[in-house]
Design a protein around this ligand. Sequence first.
Ligand code: UT7
Length: 375
Amino acid sequence: MNFYAHITGWGMSVPDKVLTNDDLAELVDTNDEWIQSRTGIRERRIATDEQSTATLATDAAIHALDKAKISPSDVDLIIVATSSPDNIFPATASIVQDSIGAVKAGAFDISAACTGFILALNMAAQAIHTGSISTALVIGSETLSRFLDWTDRSTCIIFGDGAGAFVLQASEEPGGVLSAVMRSDGSGADLLGLSAGGSYYPASEPTIHEGKHFLFMNGKEVFRFATRVMAGATKDVLDQADISLEELDWIIPHQANRRIIETAARRLKFPIEQVVINLDRYGNTSTASIPLATVEAAQEGKLKPGDKIVFVGFGAGLSWGSLAVQWTGPLPEERRKVWPYRLLGLYRFYVRLRSLLLRWIRFWEGLIWGRPPRQ
Ligand code: UT7
């Protein structure tokens, strides 16, 4: 049997704290006019000390489940795409799994920088196509503000924090995720990244003094690469899905720079009014940028069931990719299990209690049975 992976829920979460271009001009030698004309960004959101990639992802996930009207216990798989995970390991997805009480879900992270959300969507869709799972939560979440050098005007003006999530559900009705393109060129690994804290440059005093724990970027080269690949990846994914550019309703690109997006649209001869852009308010939120733009477009009523959409992204790696989708929206009422969101507060209390109980049981088991004998 053929299963199709439909997007049936979506949600987002951004920190309340807004950092405007004028605020940045007080930190580094820049100004609103330069940032707006070179990037299109007016402001971005910055996580508070209490927020992390996992907490933003959790909030976005809860909104997405709410939209799809399904319970966390229906979720089979959680994938978090992120470049700023809470830890090197465990996966941020596991923290989200515990926080939302997705008791039967597997969970893992994808690291492919800003392209990560497209790869994560494709992995979840493929698992649904094969019948291996029926419901997935795919999340892009970032707190890149924690990795920025706030004295470097070439990077700190670009990035922002936030999270967006999709629920994917299996259905026999054709639609949902139609095709995907995934590409990489590791010869450009030195153009954008964060080198310290991994196994090649473990955290040490010199790595801290040399600022290797900060994001680095060769903006000009990344710009050239991005404008080269965006149009090609869009055409390739449409060819795979057998959709013509004329039939396409929306392009939802990675929100890195308005000039990159406009160049790609011009190359494709695709109307810019049908390209979703919200980077003016959030900056570049890496893996979260495509779902954030999608959620806002859906909330504004732009996306209609049946619309054909291409998501297209690029980023460190170098990596790039695209995904063609037929928009679905929540499944009809009679086909979904209604999740009583009125009980959300109670449910979150239960989830926290469950997590504490599991830790408590593990603690007492350790005391009673002691450590396992060494082999
Ligand atoms: O998710 C993928 C992430 N990355 C990207 O998509 C980045 C792609 N690249 C870009 O968006 C652009 O390259 C930037 C916005 C980063 C930079 O724009 P640009 O037009 O390539 O500027 P530039 O680096 O060539 O710099 C031009 C001038 C330089 O001054 P001089 O040497 O001409 O005197 C810079 O020092 O602008 C200066 N400059 C700034 N001035 C004011 C660089 N950053 C700033 C700044 N404010 N923030």
